[in-house]
Design a protein around this ligand. Structure first.
Ligand code: SF4
Length: 316
């Protein structure tokens, strides 16, 4: 909350569009109360807020907001009048420290976290064997990862230790490094995680795609929009004998695909949508990386955020 108050003091705009991720919505009343007492008028955007990539520029225009304050995620997009307020999630630092020491033993550990717990890494960096990598352009915070950017794992290490909760970040960390990965919870408990089953299912889905009609979907969310990539995938798939169509949508729900004749889809928005929600869709939905893997353009299965189709010989 201090970060939000400090930020609100600095910004000049009076009317605020406040974006709060689902996990912090139970704090919305307190946030609005504090901002209102500071003389601000607040509209709370109650659409799901998926990450620092999800900035509701159009909604801000529609309610005449001077600024957007996006709470709980790391600064990703540099846009005028958009501010990110860090939200530090509480954790038992002593217990986490003991667990990390116990896990490292005499190995080298790549230590990462989700952004809300990145503050803890400062309390762990002196542990022998711990390495903390630089964040990537999607998440420019040392040691922090998001589901589509695990650049902080690009260090030589024997194991990964992820501090936080939830499985999608550890999944991306594990997939992109194939190192033993331990999830350390905020209270210091831990478990070793492995996602062989998820990857087997994803590879089975990729292998099961037979039809040639492919729907390529662009997300209209500000920081998830990969229109150029979608257009490149459109042309590449056409060259490879597919019949592609281009679609655009803010969000994706199974009902949105009803009636469309495509055999499968490629979703160029957040990779969590095809992977986390795979059971909800009747037809296969691939990430761009998965489609390129199917086409043989990418040789390794990865979860990430490519923005262009990599050059390939005479097709480049
Ligand atoms: S695209 Fe998805 S995984 Fe990447 S930052 Fe946005 S919400 Fe997170």
């Amino acid at each position: 909350m201090e970060e939000l108050v400090e930020l609100a003091r600095k910004i000049e705009g009076r009317k605020i569009l406040l974006q709060v991720p689902e996990g912090l919505k139970h704090h919305v009343d307190e946030m609005v109360d504090v901002l209102t007492k500071m003389g601000k008028e607040v509209f709370v955007d109650i659409d799901p807020t998926y990450g620092s990539c999800d900035i509701r520029v159009n909604e801000a225009k529609q309610v005449g907001a001077d600024v957007i304050i996006h709470v709980g995620h790391a600064p990703m997009l540099k846009l005028p009048n958009v501010y990110y307020a860090y939200w530090k999630k509480g954790a038992n630092v002593d217990a986490i420290r003991e667990t990390v020491k116990q896990l490292v033993k005499d190995r080298i550990a790549c230590l990462v976290s989700s952004v809300n717990y990145a503050w803890i890494l400062d309390h762990l960096r002196d542990i022998r064997g711990v390495k903390i990598g630089k964040g990537g352009w999607r998440i420019p915070v040392e040691g922090a990862v998001v589901g589509c950017d695990t650049t902080a794992c690009n260090v030589d290490a024997d194991i990964n230790i992820f501090v936080g909760d939830g499985y999608f970040h550890p999944l991306a960390v594990w997939v992109n490094t194939r190192r033993r990965t331990f999830l350390v919870y905020p209270d210091g408990r831990f478990e070793e995680v492995s996602f062989e089953g998820v990857i087997r299912k994803r590879l089975a889905i990729i292998g099961s795609v037979e039809g040639r009609r492919v729907g390529i979907i662009v997300s209209s969310k500000y920081g998830q929009n990969r229109r150029e990539l979608a257009e490149e995938l459109y042309h590449l798939s056409k060259k490879r004998g597919y019949t592609p169509s281009l679609y655009v949508s803010d969000y994706l729900e199974p009902s949105y695909l009803m009636g469309l004749r495509d055999d499968f889809f490629v979703y160029t928005g957040c990779p969590r949508v095809p992977i986390d929600d795979m059971e909800r869709y009747d037809k296969p939905i691939l990430t761009p990386e998965e489609f390129l893997y199917k086409l043989g353009v990418l040789k390794e299965y990865r979860i990430g955020w490519i923005t262009r189709v990599p050059p390939q010989g005479d097709e480049a």
